[in-house]
Design a protein around this ligand. Structure first.
Ligand SMILES: NC(=O)c1ccc[n+]([C@@H]2O[C@H](COP(=O)([O-])OP(=O)(O)OC[C@H]3O[C@@H](n4cnc5c(N)ncnc54)[C@H](O)[C@@H]3O)[C@@H](O)[C@H]2O)c1
Length: 253
């Protein structure tokens, strides 16, 4: 049997990159997927791919920084897809170019909204799984060319937000463990998605990013999706409160 057969997953940031690949992967593993994103067209494209492959998917326009929209997404997922078992709080914005307020609002408060409303919601339904997208920047500071010699606006906020996601993951895992809700985070290294375009487009940018990873390359969004699908499945039934690096060894040194 497919590992997520009969499960329903709500994925934020499903309109691009890691969220899109995770939606496709969870659907391939048997889940019905609610593709939520601030970018409705992107989410629609993801859902369309799933439907074309014979899977079940819905589309929702959600800004995770707006608490009421996250809360409503839970009910809508149940009414449209018949349940809710997995919440993947994945939506996020890149560091440079965004200021403190916006980065914290999306990358930290957005995840908090998913946990604050999602954990009791799943517990009341008998249990479930929450996965948050942190980052290697949730475990260590960012170095070198990515932040240049000065800290560009937003990089410190990105690191603070992602460390906050790691903390929230542990706290919600502790609080909701006996209520049947597992809560974990994934800490990706640099992944080939639109978010890393600005750094990869710098001269020597790709080589520089590759050099940060002991595996000598960047990650692909499918590799994060595989970890998310694993954490969502019963294969991870005794795993909770973990911030799992999927980073080609980035945090190993
Ligand atoms: N790409 C990387 O190297 C990398 C590394 C570590 C962590 N991450 C994290 O992975 C997650 C996904 O990033 P990605 O690389 O797929 O980027 P991406 O830009 O390809 O996708 C992010 C998606 O989130 C959506 N989004 C942004 N703000 C939103 C909001 N307020 N409400 C709802 N949706 C919103 C965007 O519309 C987009 O579809 C983010 O949390 C990011 O911080 C990425």
């Amino acid at each position: 049997m497919a590992k997520l057969q009969d499960k329903v997953a709500l994925i934020t940031g499903a309109g691009s990159g890691i969220g899109r690949e995770s939606a496709l992967r969870m659907a391939e593993d048997g889940a019905a997927v609610m593709c939520a994103d601030r970018d409705f067209a992107g989410a629609e494209t993801t859902a369309g791919i799933i439907q074309n492959r014979g899977g079940r998917a819905g589309v929702l326009q959600v800004d995770v920084a707006v608490e009421s929209q996250v809360r409503e997404a839970l009910d809508t997922t149940v009414s449209e897809l018949g349940g809710l078992d997995v919440i993947f709080n994945n939506a996020g914005i890149g560091g440079a170019g965004y200021g403190w307020e916006q980065t914290i609002a999306v990358n930290l408060t957005g995840v908090y909204h998913g946990l604050f409303h999602g954990a009791p919601f799943l517990a009341a339904r008998g249990g479930g799984v929450i996965i948050n997208t942190a980052s290697v920047a949730g475990l260590v500071g960012l170095t070198g060319r990515v932040v240049a010699d000065e800290l560009p606006e937003g990089a410190g906020a990105y690191v603070a937000a992602k460390h906050g996601v790691a903390g929230l993951t542990k706290q919600y895992a502790v609080t909701f463990g006996t209520r049947g809700v597992r809560v974990n985070a994934i800490a990706p290294g640099y992944i080939v998605t639109p978010m890393t375009d600005p750094v990869r487009e710098l001269e020597g940018g790709v080589e520089y990013l590759e050099s940060l990873h002991p595996l000598g390359r960047l990650g692909q969004p499918e590799e994060i999706a595989a970890a998310a699908a694993f954490l969502a499945s019963d294969d991870a039934s005794f795993i909770t409160g973990v911030v799992l690096p999927v980073d080609g060894g980035y945090t190993a040194r």
